[in-house]
Design a protein around this ligand. Structure first.
Ligand code: ADP
Length: 189
């Protein structure tokens, strides 16, 4: 938190100079499928029961192996919005899946930005604790949960730029070109 307070809104490269011991991760955006990412960990936009579902959650379950992942999730006892919990990646290229629960959009006045930012921070905390050095994120909450894509992208980038983490690379995976363009614009790439 100390570093985040010092460097909120500052690009990661600048933040490194302020606190070389715990740099912010390098950020990159790609247009693609989260299940194909070769990062150490991939993040799943899960539901609070960790019961599997549609969208990115369904894709991850299918690609990882639904029976294995369902059993691993069932042992975790659910997950609160803004929190994150890990399972193995099973058949995915990634070694770990970090399951996080985004906020359901209710107009923006019910703490949705804080909960969404927490998803990004907690996912990196959990991933870093496991030894992951690269993590790929889907656009959490922007599907069925209804978070407006542009606002969600701003929250994601701001949260990742302000975080203290051992993770060296945070990759934002856009499933559609509009989201990809949002990320590129925010990252200046
Ligand atoms: P939520 O319930 O958090 O809104 P969704 O899975 O409905 O989660 O959607 C979150 C985002 O994930 C959406 O932007 C959707 O386009 C995207 N998405 C869906 N499938 C994939 C996939 N295979 N890889 C990456 N992103 C995906």
């Amino acid at each position: 938190m100390a570093r985040g307070a010092l460097t909120a809104g500052v690009h990661g490269a600048d933040a490194v100079e302020e606190n070389a011991a715990v740099p912010a991760p390098r950020l990159e955006a790609v247009h693609g499928d989260i299940t194909a990412q070769d990062t150490d960990a991939v993040v799943n936009a899960a539901n609070a029961a960790l019961a599997g579902g549609g969208g990115v959650d369904g894709a991850i379950h299918r690609a990882a192996g639904a029976a294995d992942l369902h059993a691993a999730c069932a042992a975790l006892g659910g997950c609160d919005p803004g929190d994150a919990k890990a399972t193995p990646g099973f058949a995915l290229p990634a070694r770990w899946i970090i399951h996080t629960v985004g906020p359901v959009w209710a107009g923006g006045g019910r703490g949705e930005p804080d909960v969404l930012a927490s998803c990004y921070r907690r996912s990196l905390e959990v991933a870093g604790g496991l030894g992951a050095r690269s993590v790929a994120f889907p656009a959490i909450s922007t599907g069925v949960y209804g978070y407006p894509a542009a606002q969600a992208a701003e929250v994601a980038v701001a949260a990742l730029r302000a975080v203290d983490t051992e993770v060296a690379l945070a990759r934002l995976v856009a499933f559609d070109t509009a989201t990809y363009d949002l990320y590129r614009s925010l990252l200046g790439t």
